[in-house]
Design a protein around this ligand. Structure first.
Ligand SMILES: Nc1ncnc2c1ncn2[C@@H]1O[C@H](COP(=O)(O)OP(=O)(O)OP(=O)(O)O)[C@@H](O)[C@H]1O
Ligand SMILES: [Mg+2]
Length: 243
């Protein structure tokens, strides 16, 4: 479960996220949407303990990130939009390193099954410089999943994946939610969110302007029309491309 209460993040004088609260229960996938610069990545970085919030309480699996950051981080995985890899470690060595950090015992069978699931098993002995962009992303995802996190945050997880990779990633996300993970998925691919999310939260200029099931959020911005797509709802809710 993810609980964010009153999150505010300022960079100097600029407020990137203001008084944001939301909850994601075990088994749920929340879509986090908003125009460029709305504060999605900032929210994810705060919720995963990468940057400190200016104010607010952030809990994962019942653990307060400010009180026990190590225990909280052991429960979660963050998949950033630009994965950082180590130039001199092979694919297999990345997984061994992740296993060490997260203290995953006998990680090899699990690492092998993740490499197969993500279709990079044939690259196990290659360095990141020898991988395509999508493969690097898959490697970062494999490393993040190795410790079986109960809480996951995805920032644009499908950028760079091919159509089959996108479908597999969708299935992977749904499979983990069905197994009880609480998941936040930030993406501009609204069709993906329609397929995968139990509810969505729309951010604009760092503030929540709507949240609820896709049907509820659609109703809020559809002016009584039926069959309004999430894309149309998004454009109406956020007022075009300005954030
Ligand atoms: N380290 C930083 N220092 C100063 N300002 C920042 C910093 N990081 C982000 N910002 C600002 O905070 C705001 C929110 O940025 P953020 O990256 O959270 O947006 P986003 O919703 O993820 O956008 P996108 O859809 O483009 O990924 C932007 O105005 C951005 O310029
Ligand atoms: Mg972002």
């Amino acid at each position: 479960m993810i609980e964010v209460t009153g999150l505010t993040k300022r960079y100097g004088d600029f407020t990137a996220v203001r008084d944001l609260s939301f909850t994601v229960q075990s088994g749920e996938v929340m879509g986090l949407v908003g125009p460029n610069g709305a504060g999605k990545t900032t929210t994810l970085r705060c919720a995963t303990g990468i940057i400190p919030p200016t104010a607010g309480i952030l809990k994962v699996a019942g653990i307060d990130l400010a009180i026990d950051p190590v225990a909280a981080k052991r429960q979660l995985a963050f998949f950033p939009d630009e994965p950082r890899l180590f130039d001199h470690l092979t694919v297999r060595q990345h997984l061994a390193f992740a296993a060490k950090i997260y203290r995953v015992p006998d990680h090899e069978p699990r690492a092998n099954s993740l490499l197969t699931e993500l279709e990079i098993a044939d690259k196990a002995d290659q360095l990141p410089g020898e991988l395509s962009r999508g493969m690097k992303q898959k490697l970062a995802i494999a490393c993040g999943l190795l410790h079986s996190p109960s809480v996951m945050f995805f920032d644009e997880p499908l950028t760079g994946l091919d159509p089959l990779g996108i479908r597999r990633m969708k299935d992977s996300i749904l499979k983990r939610a069905q197994a009880g993970a609480a998941i936040v998925l930030s993406s501009h691919l609204l069709s993906l969110l329609e397929e995968v999310c139990s509810h969505v939260l729309i951010l604009k200029k760092g503030e929540k302007i709507a949240d609820g099931s896709i049907a509820q959020v659609s109703a809020q911005f559809s002016n009584g029309e039926t069959g309004v797509s999430l894309e149309e709802v998004f454009i109406r809710a956020t007022g075009g491309s300005e954030s």
